[in-house]
Design a protein around this ligand. Structure first.
Ligand code: C2E
Ligand code: MG
Ligand code: MG
Ligand code: MG
Length: 243
């Protein structure tokens, strides 16, 4: 991994996030890829976390995103989401990395996704998260509904949104309980003013359930796979809004 970093073997794939009401792309999530190895981030990110390489990986992710935005001309109106690990959320250096990336994007249209594991040390991640938000960057809780469902951090850290994990999305067709949970999350988001994105939407019925339950933002294979910028010509033309 260290060698791969030095040789710049990592790349970013981008997956669209759509507004279910009109199916327009409102943002993209950057997902790291290691093309030479075919090892997925679910396998190598935990490894990088254990070996301490994650911070170099995050630095490279920020540089790659900036590069893609500048040289491939990803439009300045795109809302770009990047994933951070727990170690990043506890490091003040991340604030500078993100600030630089945000500037390269040409505006404050950056989202950061954190998993609940990032919030286990609130005394360390709290100040970092607040500093990130102070830059105008939104912070979203990833994989919501699979860990500690940390609603408290939503309030304490004033997070901007949650992403419903694909395991919950997958249950929508068959489980009334899952639908009720999602409906209540949607209502709560409305009153408390945070956004909700459903992940892992693979079928039209799942998309329809989400609309019925009041969730308007979604991501999944139904709308598009993660793709490299050069394989994603629609990225430039599809994204015209900045919401
Ligand atoms: P995540 O942030 O929750 O990203 C969503 C994952 O779901 C991605 O897996 C994506 O490819 C996959 N996915 C998208 N649509 C669908 C669908 O319709 N069905 C199903 N079954 N899956 C779908 P991916 O790219 O393998 O990434 C896995 C995880 O690795 C990510 O989960 C994130 O936690 C982590 N990760 C990815 N890139 C980075 C990165 O740059 N930095 C860090 N720290 N973590 C990353
Ligand atoms: Mg994510
Ligand atoms: Mg997720
Ligand atoms: Mg995940």
């Amino acid at each position: 991994m260290r060698q791969a970093l030095a040789q710049k073997e990592f790349r970013l794939a981008y997956q669209p996030i759509v507004d279910l009401r009109n199916r327009r792309t409102v943002g993209v999530e950057a997902l790291i890829r290691w093309p030479r190895t075919l090892i997925g981030p679910d396998a190598f990110i935990p490894m990088a976390e254990k070996t301490g390489l994650i911070r170099d990986i995050t630095k490279q992710v920020c540089l790659l995103a900036a590069e893609d935005c500048i040289t491939r001309r990803i439009p300045g109106s795109v809302r770009l989401s990047i994933n951070l690990s727990a170690a990043d959320a506890e490091t003040p250096e991340s604030v500078e990395l993100l600030s630089n990336l945000s500037r390269a994007l040409g505006g404050a249209i950056l989202n950061v996704e954190l998993t609940e594991r990032c919030l286990l040390a609130p005394e360390r991640c709290g100040p970092v998260i607040r500093a990130i938000r102070a830059l105008g960057i939104q912070v979203h809780l990833d994989d919501f509904g699979t860990g500690y469902a940390n609603l408290q951090s939503l309030v304490e850290l004033a997070l901007d949104g949650i992403k419903i994990d694909h395991r919950l999305t997958r249950c929508l067709d068959d489980s009334r309980a899952a639908r009720e949970i999602v409906r209540h999350l949607g209502r709560m988001a409305g009153t408390l003013g945070f956004s909700i994105t459903a992940e892992g939407v693979e079928t039209e019925t799942q998309a329809r359930w989400l609309s019925v339950l009041g969730i308007h933002r979604a991501q999944g294979w139904l709308f598009g796979q993660p793709r490299f910028v050069e394989d994603y010509p629609a990225l430039r033309s599809a994204i015209k809004t900045n919401n």
